[in-house]
Write a protein that binds this ligand. Sequence first.
Ligand SMILES: NC(=O)c1ccc[n+]([C@@H]2O[C@H](COP(=O)([O-])OP(=O)(O)OC[C@H]3O[C@@H](n4cnc5c(N)ncnc54)[C@H](O)[C@@H]3O)[C@@H](O)[C@H]2O)c1
Length: 310
Amino acid sequence: MIALLMIIYQWALTIFDLVHFVFLVGWLYLVAIFRLFVPNQKKSLSGQVAMVTGAGHGIGKELALQLSRLGVKVVCCDINEAWNQNTVEAIKAEAGVAWGYKCDVSSASCVHDVSSMIRKEVGDIDILINNAGIMPCKSFLQHSAQDVEKLFAINVMSHFHTLREWLPVFMSRGDGHIVALSSIAGLMGTSNLVPYCATKHAIRGLMEGLKEELRFDNRYPGIKLTTVHPFVVETGLAKSYRIRFPLFNPVTTPADAASIIIDGIQREHYVVSIPKKDFYFLKLFSVLPLSIQHALSDLLEAEVDEETDS
Ligand SMILES: NC(=O)c1ccc[n+]([C@@H]2O[C@H](COP(=O)([O-])OP(=O)(O)OC[C@H]3O[C@@H](n4cnc5c(N)ncnc54)[C@H](O)[C@@H]3O)[C@@H](O)[C@H]2O)c1
């Protein structure tokens, strides 16, 4: 008799869980549709400290400048000291607060030393933006083993090094924002960029895994994550590219890219696409049969050319 009651109880529990799940999904869909038309309020970042890697040029420089205009104190890190110092000076010239640190983010010891200096001279950071990256454009066999190792060190290992330094701070405080620059090449493949695609998929994997680990440990709802997937941004990173339909696949300026990323940080978006419409396009693209994905890629003809040694 007791065994029968236990079975009935288990079934009742399962049915209750399923009904609860169906209502929950319905409700979450309604909230998501509502949020399409009425996005989250932007949070103020004023007074926070942001560390931006690769702040000397391109998207990183624009992020540093625009964050400063919102009242954020910016810690600029770059391997190129002169470029980095230019960014710091530009922020100071606008009466902002900035510090500059020369740092090769591919080196764990360099990131550790610089982070210790930041802790001593600036204090803890609130926002970590892992932006520094390189993009060699060559066919697969043109990349030596050393090329690929260097690429992974700069584009992927750097994120692990900075996270190892700053995630414990965010965890002990219970808040903080981690931003990672992936790419559209982190969502789909592109020829002449095979190792780069692999690094940008790795970044997406890192952020997905970290999101789940923080979510399962209920103590960290205040730690926010944002992964950024830009198409082409006019920084010179892509030396030679072809776009057949620029109206559909527009190139973004570094200033517009930075402003879309900051909007995503302020609204605590988990994924940011640049241009924004790519978020929906890529979701639709991923459910298409492979043959149709190929046909669409051939039609759009958005390609990166192999670099020639000049
Ligand atoms: N520009 C694009 O079209 C595009 C598209 C998709 C994704 N992204 C990603 O956005 C990020 C920024 O790209 P960008 O176009 O602004 O690049 P960029 O070349 O304009 O700037 C990159 C900065 O990173 C710095 N850097 C390079 N190696 C470093 C190292 N080892 N340590 C510290 N700093 C280093 C460089 O000195 C430079 O200042 C990269 O991660 C890139 O992969 C760019």
